[in-house]
Structure formats: structure tokens, C-alpha cells
Design a protein around this ligand. Structure first.
Ligand SMILES: [Zn+2]
Length: 202
């Protein structure tokens, strides 16, 4: 898939391949994808995918927003606070506990900033900034966590070695995997091998 976006100077550039070598996630929801770029503390350090403002910019370009914008240190700090708050709020829903007030406050505060401005033709966004992108992501988190249907469809990937959260918007609501290409195929192959082994024994 070729991703096209407009940089802030109005030129259309192609982001094809940018970020493809990183272990980023596409679960179908922007706010979850940000939350899956890492976290705070020693436990989450091995999972850090955006260790610098530049890496945040690579993720934003790679994400479904396809925003090309350089991140300031302040915006980078906001992005880390936002992803940590989203992570906790999602875990709170999955474990049927209330989100921490602090996490709600972080998400609400960032969502209160002006979001990205889309347009019908030309560049996707009108002069996008990282701050606007973070607001759009925070608003996506609010939609996921507040909309009764989406909230009820929050799941954890069924793969034993994954555990990544995703939103199942399929009509039957029986999606098992965070990403088919990542966990679905792998687990179907494993189950197939297990069945074959069981049959050869039987
Ligand atoms: Zn998974």
C-alpha cells in the first residue's frame, strides 16, 4: 500500500516504507496503536518503540494518520503521557475497574487541544502539527473508551504470547487476534500442527 501525505509545505510526498522496519502495530484503532509503542518504567523499557522525538515523528508518519511533522521535546513528553494514560484506561476497561482520575485528566487535557483538520481534496491535513495529531489520538481514545459498543468490544489478543488489546468491530464480534497477519496466521498454523499430531497418535 502506498501512503501519500502532504508535508506542511504543501508538497505531496510518499511515505512508502517509512517505519516499515520498526516493530509498530496496526490494530485498527489509532489510540491503541500509540499505546502499543511502549510505556514507562523498567518493565516496559524493552518494549520502547519511540525512544526520541524523531522516532515519534516516524511513528506518526507510519500511523494511519500519515502525518509528516517534526516533534518538539514538549510534544514528545505529551505523547508519552498520553500513551501511558491510554494504556491504563484500556486496562481498566478490560479488567472492569475504573480508570485512574490522573489518566482521564491526561486524555481529556490533550483532547482539548485543536485536532488535525482534514480536507476533501489536496493534502489530507491542513498544516498538521504533532500537537494536533496527539489531540486527534486522544479523541480516538475517548471514542473507544466512551462509546458503549466500542467499549464492549475491547478485547485482548487470544495468542498466549501476545496479550495486545484491540477493538473487535466485526459484525459477529468473534475476532480473536490483534492482527491476523501477526497472531492469527501463526496460531492457526500451530493449531493445525497440534491437530495433525493428535491424529497421528490416535
Ligand atoms: Zn496478538
Amino acid at each position: 500500500m502506498t501512503t501519500q501525505f502532504a508535508s506542511t509545505n504543501g508538497d505531496v510526498a510518499t511515505l512508502d516504507g517509512l517505519g516499515a522496519d520498526r516493530d509498530f502495530r496496526h490494530t485498527g484503532r489509532l489510540s491503541l496503536d500509540l499505546a502499543l509503542t511502549g510505556g514507562e518504567g523498567e518493565e516496559f523499557a524493552p518494549f520502547e518503540r519511540i525512544p526520541s522525538p524523531d522516532e515519534l515523528s516516524v511513528w506518526l508518519a507510519w500511523s494511519q494518520l500519515a502525518v509528516a511533522a517534526g516533534a518538539t521535546d514538549a510534544e514528545y513528553g505529551d505523547a508519552r503521557r498520553l500513551r501511558w494514560a491510554i494504556w491504563h484506561a484500556v486496562q481498566a476497561v478490560l479488567t472492569d475497574t475504573e480508570p485512574f482520575e490522573h489518566d482521564q485528566a491526561v486524555i481529556n487535557a490533550i483532547a482539548a487541544h485543536p485536532p488535525l483538520v482534514p480536507q476533501l481534496t489536496g493534502p489530507t491535513w491542513v498544516e498538521p502539527t504533532v500537537s494536533q495529531a496527539l489531540s486527534t489520538i486522544a479523541r480516538d481514545a475517548i471514542e473507544v473508551l466512551r462509546d458503549p459498543f466500542l467499549r464492549a468490544r475491547l478485547r485482548t489478543c487470544a495468542a498466549e504470547d501476545c496479550g495486545v488489546p484491540f477493538v473487535d468491530v466485526s459484525r459477529p464480534g468473534r475476532r480473536l487476534w490483534c492482527e491476523d497477519a501477526r497472531c492469527g496466521d501463526r496460531n492457526r498454523q500451530r493449531r493445525h500442527r497440534e491437530r495433525q499430531r493428535a491424529q497421528s497418535k490416535g
